[in-house]
Design a protein around this ligand. Structure first.
Ligand code: ATP
Ligand code: MG
Length: 410
Protein backbone atom coordinates (compact mmCIF):
# COMPACT_ATOMS: atom_id res chain seq x y z
CA UNK A 1 0.00 0.00 0.00
CA UNK A 2 1.17 3.52 -0.73
CA UNK A 3 2.68 5.20 2.27
CA UNK A 4 0.97 8.29 3.59
CA UNK A 5 3.47 11.07 4.05
CA UNK A 6 3.60 14.21 6.11
CA UNK A 7 1.84 17.10 4.31
CA UNK A 8 3.79 19.58 2.22
CA UNK A 9 4.92 22.49 4.37
CA UNK A 10 4.50 20.58 7.63
CA UNK A 11 7.11 18.77 9.68
CA UNK A 12 7.31 16.28 12.50
CA UNK A 13 9.15 17.59 15.50
CA UNK A 14 10.98 14.43 16.49
CA UNK A 15 12.27 13.31 19.89
CA UNK A 16 15.79 14.22 18.75
CA UNK A 17 14.59 17.80 18.05
CA UNK A 18 12.87 18.07 21.41
CA UNK A 19 15.78 19.27 23.58
CA UNK A 20 15.98 22.44 21.44
CA UNK A 21 12.20 22.95 21.54
CA UNK A 22 12.06 22.45 25.29
CA UNK A 23 14.93 24.89 25.65
CA UNK A 24 13.06 27.55 23.60
CA UNK A 25 9.85 26.99 25.56
CA UNK A 26 11.49 26.98 28.99
CA UNK A 27 13.46 30.14 28.23
CA UNK A 28 10.27 31.84 27.01
CA UNK A 29 8.51 31.05 30.25
CA UNK A 30 11.53 32.06 32.34
CA UNK A 31 12.29 35.35 30.58
CA UNK A 32 8.74 36.58 29.93
CA UNK A 33 7.67 35.71 33.48
CA UNK A 34 10.46 37.95 34.79
CA UNK A 35 8.80 40.84 32.96
CA UNK A 36 5.47 40.06 34.61
CA UNK A 37 3.92 38.35 31.58
CA UNK A 38 1.44 35.50 32.06
CA UNK A 39 0.97 32.67 29.61
CA UNK A 40 -2.27 32.39 27.62
CA UNK A 41 -3.44 29.59 25.30
CA UNK A 42 -6.20 30.35 22.84
CA UNK A 43 -7.92 27.89 20.49
CA UNK A 44 -6.25 26.92 17.25
CA UNK A 45 -9.34 27.74 15.22
CA UNK A 46 -11.48 30.84 15.46
CA UNK A 47 -14.29 32.49 13.52
CA UNK A 48 -12.93 33.51 10.12
CA UNK A 49 -14.25 37.01 10.70
CA UNK A 50 -11.87 37.48 13.63
CA UNK A 51 -8.89 37.34 11.26
CA UNK A 52 -10.59 39.31 8.51
CA UNK A 53 -11.11 42.10 11.05
CA UNK A 54 -8.12 41.46 13.30
CA UNK A 55 -5.37 40.91 10.74
CA UNK A 56 -6.95 42.98 7.99
CA UNK A 57 -8.64 41.99 4.77
CA UNK A 58 -6.04 43.69 2.60
CA UNK A 59 -3.19 41.56 3.93
CA UNK A 60 -1.59 38.58 2.18
CA UNK A 61 -2.39 36.48 5.24
CA UNK A 62 -6.15 37.02 4.95
CA UNK A 63 -6.29 37.15 1.17
CA UNK A 64 -4.20 34.16 0.25
CA UNK A 65 -2.86 32.27 3.20
CA UNK A 66 -5.75 31.19 5.43
CA UNK A 67 -6.91 27.64 6.04
CA UNK A 68 -10.63 28.22 6.10
CA UNK A 69 -13.32 25.56 6.39
CA UNK A 70 -17.00 25.32 7.14
CA UNK A 71 -18.71 23.40 9.91
CA UNK A 72 -22.40 23.72 10.74
CA UNK A 73 -22.63 26.68 8.38
CA UNK A 74 -19.97 28.54 10.31
CA UNK A 75 -16.82 29.73 8.62
CA UNK A 76 -13.82 28.80 10.72
CA UNK A 77 -10.12 29.40 10.18
CA UNK A 78 -6.97 27.84 11.57
CA UNK A 79 -5.17 30.72 13.22
CA UNK A 80 -2.50 32.26 10.94
CA UNK A 81 -1.16 34.26 13.90
CA UNK A 82 -2.11 34.69 17.54
CA UNK A 83 -2.58 38.42 18.12
CA UNK A 84 -6.21 38.38 16.98
CA UNK A 85 -7.00 35.38 19.20
CA UNK A 86 -5.31 36.92 22.23
CA UNK A 87 -7.15 40.21 21.69
CA UNK A 88 -10.46 38.32 21.42
CA UNK A 89 -9.70 36.51 24.69
CA UNK A 90 -8.64 39.79 26.32
CA UNK A 91 -11.98 41.38 25.42
CA UNK A 92 -14.13 38.35 26.16
CA UNK A 93 -12.64 37.91 29.62
CA UNK A 94 -12.83 41.58 30.57
CA UNK A 95 -9.08 41.81 31.02
CA UNK A 96 -9.18 45.58 30.52
CA UNK A 97 -10.36 45.67 34.15
CA UNK A 98 -7.08 44.17 35.35
CA UNK A 99 -4.39 46.62 36.43
CA UNK A 100 -2.50 47.86 33.37
CA UNK A 101 -0.30 46.80 31.79
CA UNK A 102 -1.69 43.35 31.11
CA UNK A 103 1.20 41.34 29.71
CA UNK A 104 0.47 38.04 28.01
CA UNK A 105 2.72 35.55 26.26
CA UNK A 106 1.92 32.51 24.13
CA UNK A 107 3.47 29.75 22.11
CA UNK A 108 1.93 27.37 19.62
CA UNK A 109 1.28 26.34 16.05
CA UNK A 110 0.10 28.75 13.33
CA UNK A 111 -1.14 27.89 9.84
CA UNK A 112 -0.58 29.74 6.59
CA UNK A 113 -1.06 28.46 3.09
CA UNK A 114 2.28 29.64 1.73
CA UNK A 115 4.78 28.29 -0.76
CA UNK A 116 6.96 26.04 1.40
CA UNK A 117 10.67 26.79 1.29
CA UNK A 118 13.57 27.02 3.72
CA UNK A 119 12.28 28.90 6.77
CA UNK A 120 8.70 28.95 5.48
CA UNK A 121 6.20 26.26 6.40
CA UNK A 122 2.44 25.86 6.29
CA UNK A 123 2.25 24.78 9.90
CA UNK A 124 4.87 26.58 11.94
CA UNK A 125 5.19 27.76 15.52
CA UNK A 126 5.37 31.16 17.07
CA UNK A 127 6.21 32.41 20.51
CA UNK A 128 5.00 35.91 21.22
CA UNK A 129 4.12 38.62 23.69
CA UNK A 130 1.27 41.17 23.82
CA UNK A 131 1.24 44.09 26.25
CA UNK A 132 -2.09 45.89 26.76
CA UNK A 133 -3.02 49.20 28.28
CA UNK A 134 0.01 51.47 27.87
CA UNK A 135 0.20 54.13 25.19
CA UNK A 136 3.56 55.56 26.28
CA UNK A 137 6.73 54.53 24.44
CA UNK A 138 8.06 52.92 27.63
CA UNK A 139 5.89 49.94 26.69
CA UNK A 140 7.39 49.87 23.19
CA UNK A 141 10.88 49.86 24.69
CA UNK A 142 9.99 47.17 27.21
CA UNK A 143 8.49 44.91 24.53
CA UNK A 144 11.57 45.28 22.33
CA UNK A 145 13.73 44.59 25.40
CA UNK A 146 11.76 41.41 26.12
CA UNK A 147 12.35 40.21 22.57
CA UNK A 148 16.05 41.05 22.62
CA UNK A 149 16.64 39.47 26.02
CA UNK A 150 14.78 36.32 25.04
CA UNK A 151 16.95 35.97 21.94
CA UNK A 152 20.04 36.58 24.08
CA UNK A 153 18.93 33.89 26.52
CA UNK A 154 18.72 31.49 23.58
CA UNK A 155 22.37 32.28 22.93
CA UNK A 156 21.66 33.97 19.61
CA UNK A 157 23.89 36.71 18.41
CA UNK A 158 24.51 38.53 15.18
CA UNK A 159 21.00 39.90 15.25
CA UNK A 160 19.84 43.26 13.89
CA UNK A 161 16.96 45.26 15.31
CA UNK A 162 15.16 47.52 12.86
CA UNK A 163 12.50 49.98 13.88
CA UNK A 164 10.17 52.39 12.12
CA UNK A 165 7.17 54.53 12.90
CA UNK A 166 4.08 54.24 10.74
CA UNK A 167 2.53 57.29 12.39
CA UNK A 168 -1.15 57.45 13.23
CA UNK A 169 -4.10 57.14 10.83
CA UNK A 170 -4.10 60.94 10.38
CA UNK A 171 -0.50 61.51 9.42
CA UNK A 172 -0.41 58.28 7.46
CA UNK A 173 -3.20 59.54 5.22
CA UNK A 174 -0.98 62.37 3.99
CA UNK A 175 1.85 59.91 3.37
CA UNK A 176 -0.40 57.55 1.45
CA UNK A 177 -1.62 60.38 -0.76
CA UNK A 178 1.94 61.54 -1.48
CA UNK A 179 3.11 58.02 -2.20
CA UNK A 180 0.22 57.33 -4.55
CA UNK A 181 0.71 60.50 -6.49
CA UNK A 182 4.44 59.96 -7.00
CA UNK A 183 3.82 56.33 -8.01
CA UNK A 184 0.99 57.01 -10.40
CA UNK A 185 3.16 57.19 -13.56
CA UNK A 186 4.57 53.72 -12.75
CA UNK A 187 1.33 51.98 -11.92
CA UNK A 188 1.35 49.82 -15.06
CA UNK A 189 4.87 48.57 -14.30
CA UNK A 190 4.07 47.31 -10.81
CA UNK A 191 3.38 43.64 -10.07
CA UNK A 192 -0.32 42.65 -9.85
CA UNK A 193 -0.10 42.46 -6.04
CA UNK A 194 1.27 45.98 -5.84
CA UNK A 195 -1.40 47.25 -8.22
CA UNK A 196 -4.01 45.95 -5.80
CA UNK A 197 -2.11 47.35 -2.81
CA UNK A 198 -1.93 50.74 -4.53
CA UNK A 199 -5.70 50.98 -4.21
CA UNK A 200 -6.33 49.18 -0.96
CA UNK A 201 -3.27 49.54 1.24
CA UNK A 202 -0.51 51.68 -0.31
CA UNK A 203 1.78 51.35 2.71
CA UNK A 204 2.21 47.66 1.96
CA UNK A 205 3.76 48.56 -1.40
CA UNK A 206 7.02 49.17 0.44
CA UNK A 207 7.08 45.56 1.62
CA UNK A 208 7.11 44.10 -1.92
CA UNK A 209 9.87 41.59 -2.65
CA UNK A 210 9.55 41.68 -6.47
CA UNK A 211 12.82 43.10 -7.91
CA UNK A 212 11.08 45.23 -10.58
CA UNK A 213 8.91 46.88 -7.92
CA UNK A 214 11.85 47.36 -5.59
CA UNK A 215 13.69 49.12 -8.39
CA UNK A 216 10.81 51.51 -8.92
CA UNK A 217 10.63 52.25 -5.18
CA UNK A 218 14.30 53.14 -5.19
CA UNK A 219 13.90 55.86 -7.84
CA UNK A 220 15.01 59.21 -6.37
CA UNK A 221 11.63 60.98 -6.46
CA UNK A 222 9.89 57.97 -4.86
CA UNK A 223 12.64 57.38 -2.36
CA UNK A 224 12.36 61.00 -1.32
CA UNK A 225 8.71 60.46 -0.36
CA UNK A 226 9.46 57.19 1.42
CA UNK A 227 12.34 58.68 3.37
CA UNK A 228 10.42 61.88 4.20
CA UNK A 229 9.51 62.60 7.80
CA UNK A 230 5.78 62.40 7.36
CA UNK A 231 4.76 61.58 10.90
CA UNK A 232 3.01 64.23 12.97
CA UNK A 233 4.43 65.97 16.04
CA UNK A 234 2.92 63.56 18.59
CA UNK A 235 3.99 60.48 16.66
CA UNK A 236 7.49 61.93 16.20
CA UNK A 237 7.72 62.58 19.92
CA UNK A 238 6.65 59.00 20.67
CA UNK A 239 9.28 57.69 18.26
CA UNK A 240 12.02 59.95 19.63
CA UNK A 241 11.27 58.87 23.19
CA UNK A 242 11.41 55.22 22.15
CA UNK A 243 14.79 55.78 20.52
CA UNK A 244 16.07 57.50 23.67
CA UNK A 245 14.92 54.57 25.84
CA UNK A 246 16.59 52.07 23.52
CA UNK A 247 19.79 54.14 23.56
CA UNK A 248 19.72 54.18 27.36
CA UNK A 249 19.20 50.43 27.46
CA UNK A 250 22.13 49.94 25.11
CA UNK A 251 19.99 48.23 22.48
CA UNK A 252 21.48 48.76 19.04
CA UNK A 253 18.96 49.40 16.27
CA UNK A 254 18.66 50.95 12.87
CA UNK A 255 15.77 52.82 11.35
CA UNK A 256 14.28 51.24 8.26
CA UNK A 257 11.71 53.40 6.53
CA UNK A 258 10.68 50.48 4.33
CA UNK A 259 9.59 48.47 7.34
CA UNK A 260 5.78 48.45 7.21
CA UNK A 261 4.89 44.90 8.42
CA UNK A 262 2.03 42.71 7.37
CA UNK A 263 -0.91 43.66 9.55
CA UNK A 264 -3.32 46.45 8.70
CA UNK A 265 -3.75 47.70 12.23
CA UNK A 266 -0.23 48.62 13.16
CA UNK A 267 0.33 52.23 14.11
CA UNK A 268 3.38 54.12 15.33
CA UNK A 269 6.13 51.66 16.31
CA UNK A 270 6.89 48.64 14.14
CA UNK A 271 10.02 46.54 14.51
CA UNK A 272 11.70 43.49 13.14
CA UNK A 273 14.66 41.45 14.31
CA UNK A 274 16.67 39.62 11.67
CA UNK A 275 19.47 37.13 11.95
CA UNK A 276 22.56 37.44 9.81
CA UNK A 277 22.95 33.67 10.03
CA UNK A 278 19.82 32.78 8.07
CA UNK A 279 19.23 32.77 4.32
CA UNK A 280 16.58 34.86 2.62
CA UNK A 281 13.89 34.09 5.25
CA UNK A 282 15.94 35.90 7.85
CA UNK A 283 13.30 37.59 10.05
CA UNK A 284 13.07 35.89 13.43
CA UNK A 285 10.80 38.44 15.10
CA UNK A 286 8.20 40.92 13.96
CA UNK A 287 6.20 43.27 16.10
CA UNK A 288 4.43 46.53 16.46
CA UNK A 289 1.91 48.73 18.16
CA UNK A 290 -1.78 48.22 17.43
CA UNK A 291 -3.67 50.83 19.42
CA UNK A 292 -6.97 50.53 17.55
CA UNK A 293 -7.31 46.74 17.36
CA UNK A 294 -8.96 46.06 20.72
CA UNK A 295 -11.64 48.64 19.97
CA UNK A 296 -11.99 47.43 16.40
CA UNK A 297 -12.75 43.95 17.65
CA UNK A 298 -15.48 45.26 19.94
CA UNK A 299 -13.51 46.00 23.12
CA UNK A 300 -12.67 49.13 25.05
CA UNK A 301 -10.21 51.68 23.75
CA UNK A 302 -7.07 49.87 24.94
CA UNK A 303 -3.67 50.51 23.34
CA UNK A 304 -1.40 47.51 22.81
CA UNK A 305 1.92 46.40 21.43
CA UNK A 306 3.44 42.99 20.83
CA UNK A 307 5.67 40.71 18.80
CA UNK A 308 5.82 37.19 17.41
CA UNK A 309 8.85 35.04 16.68
CA UNK A 310 9.11 32.07 14.33
CA UNK A 311 10.24 29.11 16.42
CA UNK A 312 11.45 26.97 13.48
CA UNK A 313 13.74 29.83 12.47
CA UNK A 314 14.96 30.16 16.07
CA UNK A 315 15.49 26.39 16.30
CA UNK A 316 17.65 26.43 13.18
CA UNK A 317 19.93 28.97 14.87
CA UNK A 318 20.26 27.10 18.16
CA UNK A 319 22.99 24.52 18.47
CA UNK A 320 21.78 20.93 18.46
CA UNK A 321 21.46 19.65 22.01
CA UNK A 322 22.07 16.14 23.32
CA UNK A 323 19.01 14.10 24.04
CA UNK A 324 18.72 13.30 27.72
CA UNK A 325 19.41 9.66 28.46
CA UNK A 326 17.26 7.73 30.88
CA UNK A 327 19.04 7.86 34.23
CA UNK A 328 18.66 4.20 35.18
CA UNK A 329 17.95 0.89 33.48
CA UNK A 330 17.17 -2.06 35.70
CA UNK A 331 18.86 -5.29 34.66
CA UNK A 332 16.91 -8.09 36.27
CA UNK A 333 15.23 -11.38 35.37
CA UNK A 334 12.71 -11.24 38.18
CA UNK A 335 9.92 -9.09 36.71
CA UNK A 336 8.19 -8.51 40.03
CA UNK A 337 11.38 -7.13 41.58
CA UNK A 338 12.21 -5.15 38.45
CA UNK A 339 8.81 -3.40 38.39
CA UNK A 340 8.99 -2.69 42.10
CA UNK A 341 12.40 -1.04 41.89
CA UNK A 342 11.53 0.90 38.71
CA UNK A 343 8.35 2.32 40.21
CA UNK A 344 10.11 3.20 43.44
CA UNK A 345 12.77 5.14 41.52
CA UNK A 346 10.17 6.89 39.35
CA UNK A 347 8.25 7.80 42.48
CA UNK A 348 11.42 9.46 43.75
CA UNK A 349 11.89 11.51 40.59
CA UNK A 350 14.47 9.29 38.91
CA UNK A 351 13.86 8.22 35.30
CA UNK A 352 13.91 4.44 35.19
CA UNK A 353 13.22 1.66 32.72
CA UNK A 354 13.47 -2.11 32.71
CA UNK A 355 13.37 -4.77 30.02
CA UNK A 356 9.71 -5.49 29.33
CA UNK A 357 10.53 -8.67 27.40
CA UNK A 358 12.68 -10.27 30.10
CA UNK A 359 15.62 -11.00 27.79
CA UNK A 360 18.87 -12.62 28.90
CA UNK A 361 21.02 -10.67 31.35
CA UNK A 362 23.72 -9.77 28.79
CA UNK A 363 21.13 -8.50 26.33
CA UNK A 364 19.61 -6.34 29.05
CA UNK A 365 23.02 -4.91 29.88
CA UNK A 366 23.61 -4.14 26.21
CA UNK A 367 20.32 -2.26 26.01
CA UNK A 368 21.11 -0.41 29.24
CA UNK A 369 24.41 0.86 27.85
CA UNK A 370 22.57 2.30 24.82
CA UNK A 371 19.79 4.14 26.61
CA UNK A 372 20.84 4.84 30.21
CA UNK A 373 23.50 6.40 32.37
CA UNK A 374 23.40 3.71 35.05
CA UNK A 375 22.56 0.00 35.00
CA UNK A 376 21.03 -1.20 38.23
CA UNK A 377 21.81 -4.86 38.42
CA UNK A 378 19.44 -6.97 40.42
CA UNK A 379 20.62 -10.56 40.07
CA UNK A 380 19.82 -13.52 42.27
CA UNK A 381 22.67 -12.66 44.68
CA UNK A 382 21.56 -9.05 45.00
CA UNK A 383 17.95 -10.07 45.62
CA UNK A 384 19.04 -12.58 48.24
CA UNK A 385 21.26 -10.00 49.97
CA UNK A 386 18.80 -7.16 49.62
CA UNK A 387 21.14 -4.92 47.66
CA UNK A 388 21.63 -3.51 44.14
CA UNK A 389 24.78 -3.27 42.01
CA UNK A 390 25.04 0.14 40.41
CA UNK A 391 27.11 0.31 37.23
CA UNK A 392 28.05 3.70 35.82
CA UNK A 393 27.77 3.04 32.08
CA UNK A 394 30.06 5.89 31.11
CA UNK A 395 32.98 4.98 33.41
CA UNK A 396 32.13 1.29 33.98
CA UNK A 397 32.65 1.86 37.72
CA UNK A 398 30.58 -0.46 39.80
CA UNK A 399 29.48 -0.52 43.42
CA UNK A 400 26.96 -2.39 45.50
CA UNK A 401 24.53 -0.48 47.71
CA UNK A 402 21.81 -1.44 50.12
CA UNK A 403 18.40 -1.84 48.48
CA UNK A 404 16.87 0.68 50.92
CA UNK A 405 19.40 3.36 49.91
CA UNK A 406 19.09 3.07 46.16
CA UNK A 407 16.74 6.03 45.64
CA UNK A 408 19.07 8.38 47.51
CA UNK A 409 22.05 8.10 45.17
CA UNK A 410 20.68 9.81 42.03
P1 ATP B 1 7.71 37.08 6.33
O1 ATP B 1 8.06 38.42 5.83
O2 ATP B 1 8.92 36.19 6.60
O3 ATP B 1 6.64 36.39 5.56
P2 ATP B 1 5.67 37.84 8.19
O4 ATP B 1 5.66 39.32 8.17
O5 ATP B 1 4.65 37.10 7.42
O6 ATP B 1 7.14 37.30 7.79
P3 ATP B 1 4.86 37.68 10.91
O7 ATP B 1 3.46 37.48 10.59
O8 ATP B 1 5.31 38.96 11.45
O9 ATP B 1 5.74 37.29 9.66
O10 ATP B 1 5.37 36.51 11.87
C1 ATP B 1 6.44 36.69 12.79
C2 ATP B 1 7.52 35.67 12.56
O11 ATP B 1 6.97 34.37 12.36
C3 ATP B 1 8.37 35.89 11.33
O12 ATP B 1 9.37 36.84 11.59
C4 ATP B 1 8.93 34.52 11.10
O13 ATP B 1 10.04 34.28 11.95
C5 ATP B 1 7.80 33.62 11.50
N1 ATP B 1 7.03 33.14 10.33
C6 ATP B 1 6.08 33.79 9.64
N2 ATP B 1 5.57 33.03 8.66
C7 ATP B 1 6.24 31.85 8.73
C8 ATP B 1 6.17 30.61 7.99
N3 ATP B 1 5.31 30.45 7.00
N4 ATP B 1 7.01 29.61 8.35
C9 ATP B 1 7.87 29.75 9.38
N5 ATP B 1 7.98 30.88 10.11
C10 ATP B 1 7.18 31.91 9.80
MG1 MG C 1 4.50 36.24 5.53
Amino acid sequence: MAMIKVQKGTKDILPTDMPVWHFMEEKASEIFTKYGAKEIRTPIFEATELFARGVGDTTDIVNKEMYTFEKSERSLTLRPENTAGVVRAFIENGMHRLPAPVKLWYKGPMFRYERPQAGRQRQFHQVGVEVFGIKQPTADAEVILMAVNYLKALGLNDLSVEINSLGCPDCREVFKTNLKSVLKPYLQDLCPDCQARYEKNPLRLLDCKVPECKEIYSKPEIKAVIQSDFICKDCAEHFNELKAYLDNLGIKYSINKLLVRGLDYYNRTVFEITSNNLGSQNAVCGGGRYDSLVKNLGGEDVPAIGFAMGMERLASLIEQKEENKTTTFIVCNNMTEAVKLTEELRGNGVTAEFDLTNKKFVKQLEKASKVAKYALILGEDEIAQNCVTVKNLETSEQKTVKRSQITTIF
